[in-house]
Design a protein around this ligand. Structure first.
Ligand SMILES: Cc1cc2nc3c(=O)[nH]c(=O)nc-3n(C[C@H](O)[C@H](O)[C@H](O)COP(=O)(O)OP(=O)(O)OC[C@H]3O[C@@H](n4cnc5c(N)ncnc54)[C@H](O)[C@@H]3O)c2cc1C
Length: 417
């Protein structure tokens, strides 16, 4: 089949890879001049398969209320006169019901764990190098009560096949010696040895290069303005680029446009409850400093992650539901760097910090939209929110199965036709 993949972030490029491996003739189209230039560009780098619990959980509404209006809040709803934002907020509240949280956790975990397996198999097949570390993820706590709560969650998740080990302060420092710099503040940690990390942008660029070598076509600088439909089929993708309009025609279409997916899907009547959740990252040169962590860390109190990418240290976090702007708020940038150097004074060259923002394509439940739609040749691979890098390979592999009408290897709540 001729398949057009819309979007060349980590989701679109992995989809193209697995579809080409199935023998399809694949073209990827993106408005940017190359792969991974938007949300997949400078994210937290974690393959956090064992941390796939949704933002929406029974404890979230209280925390969000406490954080309202705080410029440095980890999760901030900045209320706007935007019906889609309000709709998202109400749906998010509904997903905080205990039974829905449990269902969403199971879905996200299944996909994330499967995706980690797919990534490992892909790496073995291709020898891809993207500054990956297979040294686990250590979530560290500065508050003993929060650690107790984390340990209870770890117990509950064990029955779902997730192995999280509670660690003492000494054990945390043994896993990541850089934590010795803030030992006095630590209460302990929770370690998942099987999780990984790596540079999502490098991975996407490398995979796009391999895909091109295997015959996948890439159309850059082309914005998809609309999809044309006739009855129950999509008949073309209307694009503009370099002053020209063009309609790209294929046998099937995959939407991997992250936060921008609703703009194409709403006019077609395809439900797409995605809203952008803006996040920040700082990328710091490690230089000659010996105190930068190498094991990927999650700072539970600050809700940030730290990942070593070769000679750089990436710190990422915060979520702001405030529309589609990607401007940098200096308060948030400074909060990221200040926290990093407060905990790891010898982490790197503070003045080298490069700041970036990206829009996580969030769904209220955190469960991404993967699968068919009411149009027989239109498929979704979008809405991966906080975990698109973690879930990319598994979503792509499962979607290739759905398109080939094979039974996917995972039991997952795929979208319904
Ligand atoms: C601060 C931050 C930290 C994060 N940390 C992690 C982490 O540690 N681990 C993890 O798993 N995930 C993390 N994420 C989430 C992850 O980065 C995203 O889920 C993932 O990048 C989404 O990939 P995507 O391909 O769907 O989106 P994108 O990379 O944004 O790709 C979508 C593509 O569609 C293109 N596009 C959009 N509209 C159009 C149009 N109309 N026409 C043509 N092209 C169009 C864009 O140019 C873009 O290339 C983080 C996100 C942020 C913001």
């Amino acid at each position: 089949m001729r398949i057009l993949v819309l979007g060349a972030g980590v989701i679109g490029v992995t989809a193209a890879w697995y579809l080409a491996a199935d023998g399809h003739e694949v073209t990827v189209v993106d408005r940017q001049p190359g792969p991974a230039r938007e949300t997949s560009n400078a994210n937290g780098g974690q393959i956090a398969a064992s941390h796939a619990e949704p933002w929406a959980n029974p404890g979230a509404p209280r925390k969000i209320l406490q954080w309202l209006g705080r410029e440095d809040a980890p999760l901030l709803f900045r209320l706007r006169a935007d019906p889609y934002q309000w709709r998202f907020g109400l749906a998010f509240l509904r997903e905080c019901l205990p039974w829905r949280t449990r269902r969403n956790t199971i879905q996200c975990l299944r996909l994330a764990l499967y995706s980690r397996d797919c990534l490992q198999a892909l790496r073995a097949d291709t020898g891809l190098d993207y500054d990956q570390q297979e040294r686990g993820i250590l979530e560290f706590y500065t508050d003993a009560r929060e650690l107790e709560e984390g340990a209870r969650t770890a117990d509950r998740l064990r029955e779902l096949g997730v192995v999280r080990e509670v660690k003492t302060v000494d054990e945390c420092v043994a896993i990541e010696p850089a934590l010795a710099q803030c030992r006095a503040r630590l209460a302990g940690g929770i370690y998942t040895a099987t999780d990984e990390s790596g540079d999502a942008r490098r991975f996407t660029e490398e995979l796009a290069r391999l895909a091109a070598a295997r015959g996948v076509a890439f159309r850059w600088n082309a914005t998809v303005e609309a999809l044309g439909a006739d009855g129950d089929a999509i008949v073309g993708a209307h694009t503009t680029g370099a002053g020209a309009r063009e309609t790209l025609v294929a046998d099937a279409y995959v939407v991997a446009l992250a936060s921008y997916s609703p703009f194409l899907l709403r006019p077609l009547g395809v439900p797409c409850p995605i809203y952008p959740a803006k996040g920040y990252s700082a990328t710091i040169d490690v230089g000659q400093h010996g105190g930068a962590p190498t094991v990927s860390l999650t700072d539970l109190a600050a809700k940030t992650v730290t990942t070593r990418l070769g000679t750089k240290l990436r710190v990422a976090g915060t979520a702001e539901l405030s529309g589609y702007g990607t401007d940098l708020n200096p308060v948030r940038c400074e909060a990221l760097v200040a926290r990093t150097f407060e905990l790891f004074p010898d982490a790197g060259e503070r003045a080298s910090a490069q700041f970036w923002t990206g829009l996580r394509p969030a769904t209220p439940s955190n469960v991404p939209l993967v699968g068919p739609t009411r149009y027989r040749n239109l498929f979704l691979d979008t809405g991966h929110g906080t975990l698109g890098w973690t879930m990319a390979c598994g979503s792509a592999r499962a979607l290739a199965d759905v398109i080939a009408q094979r039974a996917p290897e995972i039991d997952f709540a795929f979208t319904a036709p």
